[in-house]
Design a protein around this ligand. Sequence first.
Ligand code: S3P
Length: 702
Amino acid sequence: MRSAGLSIRVPGDKSITQRALILGAMADGTSRIEGALRGADPLATGRALARLGVEIDGLGASEDQVVRIAGRGLRSWKSPKGILDLENSGTGVRLLAGALAAQPLTAVLAGDESLSRRPMDRITGPLREMGASIRYLGRPGVVPFQITGGDLSEIRHEGRVASAQVKSAILFAGVGAGVGVEVLEPRRSRDHSERIFEGMGVDVAEGEATGGWLVRMPEPPPRLSPLQMQVPGDFSSAAFFLAWAALVGCGDLFTVEAVGVNPTRTGLLPALARMGADIRVVGRRRTGGEAVGDLVVAGDSSVLGAVEVGGDEIPGMIDEVPILAVLAARAEGVSRISGAGELRVKESDRLAALATNLRRIGVRVEEFDDGLEIEGTDAPLTGPVETFHDHRIAMAFGVLGATPGCDIRIDGPGVADVSFPGFWDLLARVRTWWETVSDGTPRRGPGTRRPTSGMREPRPRARDTPDTRMPVVAAPTGCTVVAIDGSAGSGKSTTAAAVAGQLGYRHLDSGALYRAVTLGLLDADPGMVAGTVTPADLEALDIAIEWDDRAMAVRMRGARVPEEALRAARVTSEVSAVSALAVVREHLLQLQRAAAEGPGLVAEGRDMGTVVFPDAVVKIYLDAHPRERARRRILQRGESADAAEIEEEARRLEGRDARDSSRSLAPLVRAGDAVLLDTTHMDPMAQMEAVVGLVRAVEGSH
Ligand code: S3P
């Protein structure tokens, strides 16, 4: 039996986050950024801005918290004390240098060993030409350098490389100094700065011109409006999971949600399509001037063919070449990547890093100045991989290692944090999900390849056939029962309430009943010992449910029990013991079942799908990573969630999970026919939509 598909989310876009931080710091007033990436790169930029006197709030918190930047205006940053260390971030150092070129102050920019090898002349050249004074403090052409900004003059810059970092540095300098700029790039590079400018009141014109792509900002305004924006998921991060899905062949069961699909970033998609892995963009929408969509690996992608990429295509997939090279290693035939010399000056020399590592694990590769030739193989690929401290090299080989037939050891996987905190956990989770749903038969791996030519067996489209993915049992009463079970902090209550609201169903919060019983027993006898409770004690409480339209309230001894009383600390500390009593569960069973009246009921608890409503039409089991559940619980209590607190709460939750799932009575278990929904990377809205989608699919299939 096939289980439900999996939807994941990836962290916010690195390029957009970096730009939003720096431009927010130059705006007049407070910018509000949602979904900002908390990777090491933007954190380094945030710290540098803080040293320049810019107050940034919320960047240290998790990604669902808003980041607020108190912009100081165009030329009012403060002289920093000490060095501005941009660590590993090429975008950070180059864009910040652009902004600093217009500030009347002196700053020193530095970075880690990798950044100290990357070329800076490409930005220091045009910034000097505009009037900034720049002095290399170590080796010429690389960080550290000192920059003194001030009045600048207009510039028309014709670059040799297509680089969004160079273009943005010049645009930022022009905006800061209030002077017009023109940048002619040989090929069009990503245009996030231009799009963000639009929302800040800056006019930028662009289009094809002789010699390439021309970007013009003739008259920057005297002030920038603050930003209100939502950062989409990073396409470059999503690419790793799309590639994994294509490699294991999980077809349209797998979705990466809410990803930025700006056309200057998605050059990988046509290349993948040519390899036979068609990625569909569904639910296209716009956020903060950027196109966003959900990405699904469409149709039968169980065979990958070799591909050739080069020339104009490269800027649009510049950060995806490592993962493309890994896919090429598993494709049939020889793939060629050319025109990609820029990869030699990224976080590592990526062409050399790819060639070295692919060879080490048994792939035949030829390395050229500007590219690679990779001969695909379906032999087992095993061995150690060196990341060269490059996040994308680590993740690309990590993806390969998470596919059948590969045993790959990666030195220093932590480097993924630069752009994708949580990458390894998420990879482990999708892998486990696929192992569970694929009946243990890998579609890809040694010996599973089929020729690229000839007929392909059609595979059922999971999205069109929800009944093959979710067992349906008709509700006898005519009332549609949706059972939602799950661990503490998995999002049960919020999701159940939202789903009920959306569908116009009743919402049964079974936890409130167990709390009411606990409260009643404690009121009757504060020294109550759970093990001695009798049916008569329970009868005396006279528990009932009162329906206020679709919302439920608990009545006890003839009076409505206030919500705060149910949440009291003494109730919280005893409810677990009380709800584990057979006598209590038995007592509340009929009461809960009687709630299934009217068009529908969303029943939320821990044994809804297993004991109370075994015939529920839809059963959902929610789960999330313990740390994420811990974080939600702490926030729910109105406390601040620092790392140590989260760890401690996560340990408590894991202990409770272990107790709840091993107890003999109504253990917390997933009903065999429940759909598992991992909410770690889902916000409440996405959880609600996923469940409502399942209910509608099932109802529609009747
Ligand atoms: C980036 C641009 C690209 C890319 C980098 C981020 C940006 O560099 O490789 O990861 O945010 O502008 P170049 O445009 O300099 O090639």
